[in-house]
Design a protein around this ligand. Structure first.
Ligand code: BG6
Length: 487
């Protein structure tokens, strides 16, 4: 791998995300040679730690023996500064350390500021980075932002305005870790690399597309965040909108961030933003009740007993454009569902005339062709076709053509964060959310939220281990369709 050169400053550097995902991902990059001699890391947070304690923590997060020489060498590039993000003077301390590391490791003034902290601090940190001179270097300055990027359009815009005072759009990398997933990136390969796929990829041949992000776990320890967010903000505004967009967009002029973003924004502009009546018929929400050995959401720690927070969403999205008019995208996601998986089902129209199913033949009606993209935990595709049943007579049956990534390859698949951190170092924004994408997504989601805030839901309305409330099935059955994946 080409070695990359940069200093990283992690705000929220002792957080769960940092230890669980960021440092292990950087270590993978280190083992592959993308990071080697010319990188340095400053961790900062309110916690008081010495460099040595921080290095020990990082080492522990790497899932290797303490004596691993390579890991020890890796963590020797890490230093720590306890830091109050609102204390201006402290940015001078950071600057001094940054300059030292820059010199020690010959970093050419390249800096990545990784903000893994409460969004209310984004503006403050970005402002001080600039006024206190941390961005005053020869090399690049990039800022990485973790979600949530606002809780509605207005708050997102405020955040963006605050960030834009110090950084230009092309310096801002908004993480959506779904965009770092192997099979999400594969959507573009399958669509734009295959004539047989792309030539059928429109409302003439596709009946509907279904996106399911199903989670088996509940809220775990994140109730205080989640109860203020809900599934609509937590999963739909970002991950699901991004997936739908990759499925809906036109072919980009070239495979570069600028051209891809242009098409994504164009698609979003034709996404129908619902009025009140449409929002209330086209979206349903759910909250899980108690199960056999599971408490109800309202009884989880740190959740108010009368919480009306959504732990499930299903909905229908419509694009008013030439390619998609009349072909809906159905989406659903929720906590405490039957299983953990992410998949996309593309349901094709049936042949207009079924010549095999006449009374004397007693053949079951032809089924629709379905292209399923398995994103996680298994990675692969299946294509359901109708074929003749082996034997006398002429019956048909659905068969699957399939491809799955084998266990060895899937073990070697880079973690989303590994890929995304690498992209930041390269300055490639393809797999990050641009401000325009974020803002269109909020405008869409805000309309649904607005309706929900007016109506009192009948919660709880689904059982743990199910695929959500009955209303989610009714939503699609009303259109004489069914979820491809059902229990
Ligand atoms: C996060 C959400 O963005 O994605 C979580 O905040 C959710 O609530 C998670 O559990 C799911 O991600 P993954 O990669 O496990 O499917």
């Amino acid at each position: 791998a080409t070695e990359r050169t940069s200093l990283f400053i992690f705000f929220g550097g002792t957080g769960d995300l940092a230890y669980r995902k960021l440092y292990p991902s950087m270590f993978n990059l280190y083992k592959k040679g993308t990071l080697r001699e010319h990188f340095g890391v400053i961790g900062t947070s309110r916690e008081k730690l010495t460099d040595q304690q921080f290095q020990e923590n990082v080492l522990k997060s790497l899932d290797v023996a303490k004596t691993d020489k390579e890991a020890q060498k890796f963590v020797s590039h890490f230093v720590y500064e306890a830091h109050d993000v609102t204390d201006k003077a402290h940015y001078q301390v950071l600057k001094k350390r940054a300059d030292e590391l820059d010199k020690t490791y010959k970093l050419n003034g390249n800096r990545i500021f990784y903000l893994s902290l409460a969004p209310s601090f984004f503006g403050t940190v970005a402002g001080y980075l600039k006024t206190e001179g941390l961005t005053d270097t020869e090399g690049f300055d990039r800022v990485v932002i973790e979600k949530p990027f606002g809780r509605d359009y207005d708050s997102a815009q405020q955040l963006n305005d605050a960030l834009s005072k110090s950084f230009e759009e092309k310096q801002i990398f908004r993480i959506d870790h779904y965009l770092g997933k192997e099979m999400i990136q594969n959507i573009e390969a399958v669509r734009f690399g295959n004539t047989i796929v792309e030539s059928l990829w429109n409302n003439r041949y596709i009946d509907n597309i279904q996106v399911t992000l199903s989670e088996k776990l509940g809220v775990e320890e994140r109730a205080s965040y989640y109860d203020n967010s809900g599934a609509l903000r937590d999963m739909v505004q970002n991950h699901i909108m991004q997936i739908v967009n990759l499925l809906a967009m036109e072919q980009p002029v070239s495979f570069t961030d600028v051209d891809i973003r242009a098409e994504k924004v164009k698609a979003l502009r034709s996404l129908r933003v619902y009025n009140v009546a449409e929002a209330s018929t086209n979206f349903v929400r759910g909250q899980y009740g108690a199960g056999d050995s599971q408490r109800a959401y309202r009884d989880e720690d740190n959740v108010p007993h009368d919480s009306n927070n959504d732990t499930f969403v299903a909905g229908k999205l419509l694009f008013d454009n030439y390619r998609w008019s009349g072909t809906p995208f159905y989406i659903r996601t929720g906590k405490m569902l039957a299983d953990k998986f992410t998949r996309v089902d593309v349901v094709f129209k049936k042949p207009l005339i079924d010549i095999f199913s006449f009374p004397q033949n007693q053949n079951a009606p032809l089924e629709a062709n379905v292209l399923t993209m398995y994103i996680e935990p298994h990675a692969g595709f299946t294509l359901r076709l109708n074929a003749k049943t082996n034997g006398q007579g002429f019956q048909t049956e659905p068969i699957n053509l399939d491809y799955f990534v084998d266990a060895k390859d899937s073990k070697a698949t880079p973690e989303p964060y590994e890929r995304l951190i690498h992209d930041v170092m390269k300055g490639d924004g393809t797999n990050f959310s641009s401000w325009q994408e974020v803002s269109y997504a909020w405008r869409f989601v805000d309309q649904i939220r607005k309706v929900w805030d007016l109506q009192k839901p009948q919660f709880p309305n689904y059982t743990p281990g199910s695929m959500g409330p009955a209303a989610a099935d009714e939503l699609i059955q009303r259109d004489h369709r069914q979820w491809v994946y059902r229990l």
